[in-house]
Write a protein that binds this ligand. Structure first.
Ligand SMILES: Nc1ncnc2c1ncn2[C@@H]1O[C@H](COP(=O)(O)OC(=O)CCCC[C@@H]2CCSS2)[C@@H](O)[C@H]1O
Length: 379
């Protein structure tokens, strides 16, 4: 299997990959006499938004009726949620912020996964007619068995791949368009499992929603089973097996989704995937009901906070507490002030500061400060 890169000294530099991207374009536009064409590409980017944008670009711009594509890509540490998921329910957003780890929402359904450079992603693009997840996963399992005949890897009914019958090494999701489709999956090779488990843990309590929940599994890295394996070997084996399974003969083309001239419009697509409106705002409507104690200067109260959130924005906010501790009109005023606020700690903190500035609170001032602090802490 030949990877079309120019030289080892400059491997992966963007100026070199431009040439290869253009070669890839000519491959895609070539007409194949037998009507069968398969192309294998590998992204030089490790940025989740660029890589997801390339998936979108191919899906939207390439005629997949007589052409299939295998796209190989990896990302620096990221959490990727499914299209219909609730990020507050799925991951530890505060820890991710501290770690500077991005959150991405993909266009396919399914659950939440963790990516880092120890995780390989594969996207199988086909016409809708040729969409076959079992066949694609057999490419993965057969590639692994060809490399290491002793490996016990099997795909399951729900399109996971299990190692030794119990440890998940691959998860699947898919997007079916009108006439074309893609199936993408992960392969855990040497991902950081302690980061994986700490970021895939919600810190929120009392969320009620109809969003798709993830299905947590025990995961394992392939390289823990066989430390002699490495990512390049695996990707080469996947490409060979793909060619073999589908009767193609493609080298691996290195492509750069950062090249706007090669993929017109891709930068906008990558930008859109990073907007708050897409990542958080696309969360299905949900509510949060939480209970906590608030301490004023000389007294405490138990508060029940109820929030309804639509498109990531607080639609309704009701606080129940003793009216002796805080008069109803004050808590109602505070609740209605929060309507329209993004369910986001920074925006909430700004709005609360504005509320405290403009509202005369008199004797309730210290209680309100504690209440506000506690409400912000729950967002
Ligand atoms: N990278 C990775 N690979 C396999 N399994 C993982 C991974 N990260 C987490 N997990 C485990 O899977 C469950 C979620 O399983 P669940 O079945 O709910 O979701 C999935 O598998 C979705 C796969 C999406 C694949 C796409 C391909 C390209 S972009 S992302 C999680 O709680 C962990 O236990």
């Amino acid at each position: 299997m030949i990877t079309r890169t120019l030289c080892h000294m400059c491997l992966g530099t963007r100026s070199h990959t431009r040439w290869l991207t253009l070669r890839f374009h000519s491959t895609l536009t070539a007409t194949f006499a037998d009507g069968k064409a398969g192309t294998i590409i590998k992204s030089v980017s490790t940025n989740i938004f660029e890589n997801l944008a390339l998936e979108d670009w191919i899906h939207d711009n390439i005629d997949l009726q007589k052409r299939s594509i295998l796209y190989l890509w990896r990302n620096t540490p990221t959490v990727v949620i499914g299209r219909h998921q609730n990020p507050w329910q799925e991951c530890n957003l505060k820890l991710m912020t501290t770690m500077g780890m991005p959150l991405a929402r993909r266009r396919s359904g399914g659950g939440t996964v963790f990516h880092d450079l120890g995780n390989i992603n594969m996207t199988f693009f086909t016409s809708k007619k040729n969409y076959d997840r079992h066949r694609n996963l057999s490419v993965v399992t057969n590639a692994l068995k060809t490399l290491r005949p002793g490996l016990d890897v099997q795909s399951t009914e729900r399109f996971d791949i299990l190692l030794n019958g119990q440890y998940k090494i691959s998860g699947t999701a898919a997007k079916l368009g009108r006439s074309s489709a893609y199936h993408h999956c992960t392969l855990l090779c040497s991902a950081d499992r302690s980061v994986l488990s700490s970021v895939l843990k919600s810190t929120y309590q009392g969320i009620k929603s109809n969003a798709t929940p993830s299905v947590p599994s025990s995961v394992k890295n392939l390289f823990d089973e066989d430390p002699t394996l490495d990512s390049e070997t695996i990707m080469t084996a996947l490409a060979s097996q793909y060619n073999m399974e589908f009767g193609f003969d493609s080298p691996i083309y290195a492509v750069d989704p950062g090249e706007e001239e090669c993929w017109p419009g891709i930068q906008n697509m990558a930008q859109e995937l990073q907007t708050w409106e897409w990542v958080y705002g696309r969360t299905p409507k949900f509510s949060v009901c939480t209970n906590f104690d608030v301490h004023g200067l000389s007294s405490s109260a138990n508060i029940t906070l109820n929030l309804d959130i639509k498109n990531g924005i607080i639609e309704n906010c009701v606080m129940d507490m003793s009216t002796e501790w805080l008069p109803k009109n004050v808590s109602e005023e505070f609740g209605s002030f929060l309507k329209g606020c993004k369910f986001c700690p920074n925006e909430m903190a700004m709005l609360v500061a504005a509320f405290l500035r403009v509202t005369p609170l008199g004797e309730y001032s210290s209680r309100m400060y504690s209440l506000c602090e506690n409400v912000i802490a729950r967002v």
